[in-house]
Design a protein around this ligand. Structure first.
Ligand SMILES: CC(C)(COP(=O)(O)OP(=O)(O)OC[C@H]1O[C@@H](n2cnc3c(N)ncnc32)[C@H](O)[C@@H]1OP(=O)(O)O)[C@@H](O)C(=O)NCCC(=O)NCCS
Length: 323
């Protein structure tokens, strides 16, 4: 990995044009013929102190040499003073301008993520200033009209029942088993800044009794193998979580319990449902799309870039570097 110090304005221009045109501060790639880079924190310190001491917002981007080579560029180690062969060697990237997708802002260590929708102008502004996407999550909505065809939902429940499962609404007496299964599958929930497993609401029993939460489960020979919990959220019902015992996944159990929750709440006049999860949770997304949930714009967990000075002091060892 080699690194380069960039300015937010150069980074924003590169994101907009798809080409990183700067070579170093105040010098274009066209004028220099190559992109200036650094090997390590010591070189970043040297370049930063010489050129960016008045710009604490200048940040560090990483480049993988193999990726640069694969893109037809090449890295040469050359004296920092081209007229003095004894001056220290720095990496220089030759070829066309480097596509910004091959330059990855290095996130600041332990920085707290900001979660914004991808179509929020604030998200685009942060990305322009070197923030990067740590993880992505999705939200989805299901809208059904008054005369909706409910057969896809009844079919999902029937399919599960034909396979020997009993799908039904859960009552207070089922909550101990629901909690046990939730605890068992907790490690399987993706853990990202915007999506993770939380303990079940402490007042779930009271909320179920009060009617603003409902739970549905699938049983096999009396054993709870999957459940969904939905809660009322103003004009819609929101899925709190859905989980299936590992041994029963990929067999339509989640779809059956969710279909059951849709049928039950629909009968009481509900017409809009919401759900969401981590982008990496393909099974959850597929299961929801199969039930008619439509994806909304993604949510991005954004983390700030490391400034050149902090990088110079800590080096890559102290940074959070993602593959
Ligand atoms: C997400 C979860 C509830 C899905 O349960 P499930 O009973 O396996 O889901 P279903 O069988 O009803 O549907 C899963 C769908 O995803 C597909 N799928 C499953 N695993 C997949 C994977 N790794 N990649 C792509 N698709 C996958 C299935 O083929 C199915 O789609 P299909 O009906 O088009 O064939 C289950 O994996 C789970 O409990 N995970 C841990 C808890 C969790 O992450 N919950 C979601 C957040 S609330």
């Amino acid at each position: 990995m080699i690194v380069h110090i960039t300015l937010p304005e150069d980074w924003a221009a590169a994101r907009n044009s798809g080409q990183y045109l700067a070579s170093t501060r105040g010098v274009t790639m066209a004028a220099a013929g190559f992109l200036h880079a650094s090997e390590d924190a010591a070189q970043v310190n040297r370049v930063g102190s010489a050129l960016y001491s008045d710009r604490p917002d200048a940040f560090v981007v990483a480049m993988e040499e193999e990726a640069l080579t694969a893109a037809g560029l090449h890295v040469r180690r050359e004296p920092s003073d081209l007229h003095d062969p004894t001056s220290p060697l720095f990496p220089h990237v030759y070829g066309a301008s480097v596509p910004p997708m091959l330059m990855r802002p290095i996130p600041r260590r332990a920085a707290e993520a900001r979660v914004l929708r991808e179509d929020d102008p604030k998200a685009q502004h942060l990305l322009d200033t070197g923030w990067s996407v740590e993880s992505t999550s999705w939200g989805a909505r299901l809208h059904l009209g008054d005369e909706a065809d409910l057969s896809p939902y009844t079919c999902r429940v029937q399919d599960a029942e034909e396979r020997g499962l009993c799908v039904r609404k859960l009552g207070a007496e089922d909550l101990v088993r629901l909690e046990a299964l939730d605890g068992l599958v907790a490690p399987d929930f993706p853990h990202t800044p915007a999506s993770h497993h939380d303990p079940l609401p402490a007042d779930l029993s009271a909320r179920i009794a009060g009617g603003d939460a409902r739970a549905f489960g699938a049983f096999h020979r009396g054993e709870l193998v999957g459940f969904t919990v939905v809660v009322q959220a103003k004009e819609r019902w929101e899925v709190d979580r859905t989980a299936v015992d590992r041994r029963w996944r990929g067999q339509g159990v989640a779809q059956a319990v969710k279909a059951s929750s849709v049928l039950d709440t629909y009968a009481d006049g509900v017409r809009v449902w919401g759900t969401g999860g981590a982008a990496v949770n393909t099974a959850s997304r597929r299961m929801n799309e199969a039930l008619g949930f439509v994806l909304e714009p993604f949510w991005l967990a954004l983390v700030p870039p490391v400034g050149w000075r902090e990088y110079a002091e800590s080096g890559p060892g102290g940074m959070r570097i993602e593959s």
